[in-house]
Unconditional design. Structure first.
Length: 275
């Protein structure tokens, strides 16, 4: 790894890293010099109507990260299980030696799934983010070198888009809750020079969005005249790419953003501004 790489010598802990945004974030940070602790459930949650990532997906992330020259420790763990998450992080740190960056990326979109969807999306998208940060805090504080934490929220964490089913309402509620976590942690961790920010994507071309179930849900919601359903971006693109989110993560965790903390950063092709 080149000594010129902006993240050389740093270690990043990324949840939901088997595919989609998490994989893109792992690859971008690895290309910038960081070693990676990659976590993913690699299993199905019953309320989620589309296939979640598999062990083969996580293995593919490992290969791609290793191709950059970075080291990676990849483990299966459920962000809903705080002790399992702590154990996975410790295993990664035992091999890679430290922790500098946290990207709480794991998330689901169980639209049209009833009461189970509400519970599962809150557990993964909000409580799972809380578990991720809590697992990392003792290590970052003990090292005494500061750090950067990025929480992946959504445009739905800033505006009230979505349908009326419980999975959709839960998604929007969880993503709004991530903003509260970010702001509280940014204040709490600032004395330790640990920065905390959130990123708010519009629709991203990943398996969470680009599947038949989510596409059907989007079409159905758009036909309901009483719902706040304008999913169209201001810029003339339907979706952004996972690499666009990874680029924002890379900036926030770099020294170029060394005094940026407590911000909600939209990478949303203007959809929030439209509202």
């Amino acid at each position: 790894m080149s000594a010129e790489a902006p993240l050389a010598g740093k270690v990043a802990f990324i949840t939901g890293a088997a595919r989609g945004q998490g994989r893109a974030e792992a690859l971008r940070l690895a290309a910038d010099g960081a070693d990676i602790i990659a976590i993913d459930l690699c299993g199905q949650i019953a309320s989620v109507p589309y296939p979640l990532a598999t062990p083969d997906d996580l293995a593919a992330t490992v290969k791609l990260v290793e191709d950059t020259g970075a080291r990676i420790v990849a483990l299966q763990a459920d962000v809903r299980d705080e002790e399992a998450l702590r154990a996975a992080l410790q295993t990664g740190m035992d091999q890679l030696g430290r922790l500098d960056i946290v990207v709480a990326n794991a998330g689901i979109a169980p639209m049209q799934s009833g009461p189970d969807g509400w519970r599962d999306v809150i557990d993964v998208n909000l409580t799972g983010v809380h578990h991720t940060v809590e697992a990392a805090i003792p290590h970052l504080v003990a090292q005494g070198d500061g750090g950067s934490i990025v929480l992946i929220s959504s445009a739905a964490g800033l505006i009230g888009i979505g349908g009326g089913d419980r999975g959709s309402i839960g998604y929007t509620a969880a993503k709004h809750g991530v903003v509260g976590l970010m702001r509280a942690y940014a204040n709490f961790l600032a004395p330790h020079s640990i920065r905390v920010n959130s990123i708010h994507p519009t629709g991203v071309d990943t398996p969470m969005i680009n599947n038949e179930f989510t596409r059907d849900w989007l079409r159905q919601v758009s036909e309901e005249s009483n719902a706040p359903t304008d999913f169209a971006n201001a810029l003339p693109v339907q979706v952004v790419q996972a690499e666009d989110i990874a680029n924002a993560v890379a900036w926030l965790v770099s020294d170029q953003a060394r005094y940026v903390t407590g911000v909600t950063l939209p990478v949303d092709a203007g959809i929030v501004n439209k509202r």
